[in-house]
Design a protein around this ligand. Structure first.
Ligand SMILES: O=C(CO)[C@H](O)[C@H](O)COP(=O)(O)O
Ligand SMILES: [Fe+2]
Length: 223
């Protein structure tokens, strides 16, 4: 990474116990999470269905940390206001999910949230360049979106390196987040490539609540 931004850990609640989501969000907040990463899937853009704005609204009082909402839905624009009103601080979307990504970014800002752009492993980095000055976060998917617990796709490290260079030149200070297959072994390599926000579902929640603080500290210490 550029050496300026501290590493942030964003546990993905996809790997938490859905039967006690509020308690899980409190537990990871207390354990040192920086962002609460919420994976929203619609069964259409990705082959899985998770949660919607009402769940974000219900979880919001359980943590004061940044709610980092990753939309894997199509269309996006129809739901931006609902997620922003529910308490999303950052709203990321995939450019393939609609015809006008710049309009979507404007709509996210108008709704009072910070826009993020998410790139699938097969999405060329060039899709990002015209929009880099308009966003607050780049999310590099290091697995194909839809499921937790998948293996890290190595080729995304090069993409992170390329994006880090361009961020430092054009929009320094924005987050470069890596999402998918992050564990104690891949975390240091993602950080070395330039990521400053690590999404980690499986690696945060493994071992039960007593291990959350240690897991988060180990991931952070990977720098
Ligand atoms: O966006 C996602 C999947 O589409 C998740 O955030 C990601 O998979 C995190 O889970 P894990 O750390 O277990 O890989
Ligand atoms: Fe995600």
């Amino acid at each position: 990474m550029s050496g300026k931004s501290p590493i942030k850990i964003a546990p993905s609640i996809l790997a938490s116990d859905f039967a006690k989501l509020g308690a899980e969000v409190r537990a990871i907040s207390d354990a040192g999470a920086d962002y609460i990463h919420v994976d929203v899937m619609d069964g259409h853009f990705v082959p899985n269905i998770t949660i919607g704005p009402d769940v974000v609204k219900a979880l919001r009082p359980h943590s004061e940390k940044t709610f980092d909402v990753h939309l894997m839905i199509s269309p996006v624009d129809l739901y931006i206001e609902a997620f922003a009103k529910a308490g999303a601080d950052i709203i990321s979307f995939h450019p393939e999910a609609g015809p006008h990504p710049h309009r979507t970014i404007q709509a996210i800002r108008a709704a009072g949230a910070k826009p993020g752009l998410a790139l699938n492993p097969g999405t060329p980095v060039e899709m990002l360049w015209p929009l880099l000055g308009d966003i607050d976060l780049v999310l590099v998917m290091s697995v194909n979106p839809g499921f937790g617990g998948q293996s890290f796709i190595e080729s995304q490290l090069k993409k992170i390196e390329i994006i880090r260079k361009r961020i430092d030149q054009e929009n320094p200070g924005i987050d470069l987040e890596v999402d998918g297959g992050i564990n104690f072994e891949t975390a240091p390599r993602a950080i070395a490539a330039g990521a400053n926000v690590l999404v980690a579902g499986t690696a945060t929640f493994k071992g039960g609540e007593a291990a959350y603080a240690r897991n988060i500290a180990t991931l952070r210490g990977a720098a």
